[in-house]
Design a binder for this molecule. Structure first.
Ligand SMILES: C[S@@+](CC[C@H](N)C(=O)[O-])C[C@H]1O[C@@H](n2cnc3c(N)ncnc32)[C@H](O)[C@@H]1O
Length: 248
């Protein structure tokens, strides 16, 4: 068992842009507020494509974005079969990185989100999670617009709107090359791991955004690893590093 199993979470959860003001803003202006904060603080803004577009639409750290793009690009290059899947899409920033990597291929991308704010937390998530319930609301229409900016082949994009417990069982995804899990809490993380990791192709990757940020996510991943000892999780440091595992 590795040390990080018992480490407290680093608390590197994403910053919210102007938390009080944001609740009063129409949702379609949230990416603008996020982009403005990143530009003003120079924290999270990058001038090179595709990050010069995606920075407004994602809460993921720079290193985590790099890791998604690197892995997805290599999977396309190496012809590892299967969907790119994201569970937890919000405004589409990290989904757009998948679409960018896949733009010259026939790769299918499946996106899962309720787009209704975070669900109720459970005991495993701890008290710190309560403030996120009902918050973090994106929109599938906005996600489609962002993907189109990258020339994504929309016929290859599958959008599953709804709670994971309803959408995961009806999705017809047989094989997965890249799974991005970005849903913060214990129950959804557990469900996604149990449903989709068994469909991971040989050579495929799973990246987990919240392992060092949210208690519930960490507990769900640890429990999954206990049941699946082949999973060799890499937890990059410092805070904001990428967290992932590979199927040999
Ligand atoms: C942190 S956001 C995703 C961030 C995004 N990947 C980015 O680029 O910044 C988490 C998302 O997970 C979704 N989510 C969490 N639990 C869910 C569940 N049980 N069913 C459906 N969506 C869920 C929320 O609606 C929210 O949009």
């Amino acid at each position: 068992m590795t040390d990080y199993f018992n480490d407290p979470v680093a608390g590197d959860a994403p910053k919210q842009s102007y938390p009080l003001f944001r609740r009063m803003l129409p949702k379609k202006l949230h990416p603008l507020a996020r982009g403005l904060r990143k530009r003003l603080t120079s924290e999270g803004y990058r001038s090179e494509p595709p990050f010069n577009v995606t920075y407004r639409y994602t809460q993921s750290s720079q290193r985590r974005q790099d890791s998604i793009l690197e892995k997805a690009t290599a999977l396309v290059r190496d012809g590892v079969p299967g969907h790119f899947v994201e569970c937890g899409v919000l405004d589409g920033g990290t989904a757009a990185l998948l679409a960018y990597a896949a733009r010259n291929s026939d790769r299918k991308i499946a996106l899962f989100d309720a787009w209704a704010g975070m669900p109720e937390a459970t005991a495993e998530d701890g008290d710190g999670a309560l403030k996120w319930e009902g918050d973090i609301v994106g929109s599938p229409a906005r996600v489609r617009r962002v993907l189109k900016k990258f020339g994504a082949r929309m016929e290859n994009i599958e959008v599953y709107k709804g709670w994971f417990e309803d959408t995961l069982p009806v999705s017809k995804i047989e094989q997965i090359a890249f799974l991005h899990i970005d849903c913060d809490f214990f129950e959804p993380t557990k469900l996604v791991l149990e449903t989709f990791v068994p469909r991971l192709a040989s050579g495929g990757w799973v990246q987990i955004d919240d392992y060092t940020s949210f208690e519930g996510c960490r507990l769900a991943v640890n429990a999954f690893i206990e049941e699946n000892p082949w999973v060799d999780l890499t937890v990059e440091s410092p805070a904001g590093g990428a967290i992932y595992f590979h199927k040999p």
